[in-house]
Design a protein around this ligand. Sequence first.
Ligand code: HCA
Ligand code: CU
Length: 384
Amino acid sequence: MRTTTTGPLRVLDTTLREGEQFAQAHFTTEDRLRLARALDAFGVDEIELPSPAVSPAAAADVAAVLGLGLRAAVRVHLRCSPADVEAALACGARGVNLFLGASPALGAHSLRESPRERRDRVRTAVALAAQAGAFVRFSAEDAFRTPRRDLLQLCDVAVEAGAQRLGVPDTVGTATPEAVAATVGALRRRYPGISQEFHGHNDTGCAVANAVAAWRAGADCLDVTVLGIGERVGITSLGGLMARLYTFDPGLVARYHLERLPALDATVAALVGVAVPFNQPLTGPHAFTHVAGVHSNAVLRAPHTYEAVDPAVVGRRRVVSVTSRLTGRHAVAHFATELLGRPVDAEEARAATAALKATAERRRIGPDAAADIVRAALGAAPGA
Ligand code: HCA
Ligand code: CU
């Protein structure tokens, strides 16, 4: 399936910024440098780091990542405050991602500033960074719960002050793909020539769909994190976005090193103390395991029958499971053939299938137990 949209696309990875806001995250300087290198090797186009104003150590880390000389552009995430901008410039940052609460809720309860004060803040911070020659993105936090008029007023100020990119984050993850497309489309028409970024939280499970809706409506930069880690349940995952784009058209993601994704996901999972989630696209432990007999039978003949992406694309292998009572004789014949190193006939396949199903009906078994059952059913020596 080809998509009708083939606009330019950059992937901004914010594992080191948004990802640090995941409740279980704690990165050391060494972790940050290792991750920055791994993200660069994967091929993400941009890497976002926390504000150097967070602490002297955060500033030192920004300088260290800049010192790696990565191919990816490095952006620092800043509040709209002159002190943040100055700290970023002092570290040598050439790209600043400014953000400011745009919605009535954040204006009243987070910033506690009037709309006018907020516009002044945006103008000052954007102008300061732009005049210093930095690439400036301005992001209207909570954009999808912000009245359109307020959103455009803030964006107008940012663009006039020199912002080259506008961001519309779905900060609480409540936007629908339709709402995302409408807002991104409106900004596209109002600010031709200005880049647009989308950052979507996954509180309602729509983060990948919303990111793609933003891209199709004209956004040219999509935010992700490895595994989707971030505040609460996180944001669009790198792997989810890759799977989505790959199935539109492999050419869209040809420049990324997808074969590095399993190691990247595993690295971040280990750093934050979680397993790679069972439902993680492309890298979940069972992402390419087929269980039901009906599925296995078809997959063994033609994998695309039940696979969105060939596992080889991410350097993985397909698994045809025989450990469920739902297994079938084609799957078992395949398993037994590999196990015994010789073809099995129809009668043997039937016998092994019956034995496996009978045991799996009673208890949960793994591949080793399945191998023992097949050997016993076919009279093969253990370990054969
Ligand atoms: C935050 C909020 C943010 C900002 C996104 C952006 C969001 O944690 O600071 O700068 O575009 O989700 O709104 O991550
Ligand atoms: Cu966020």
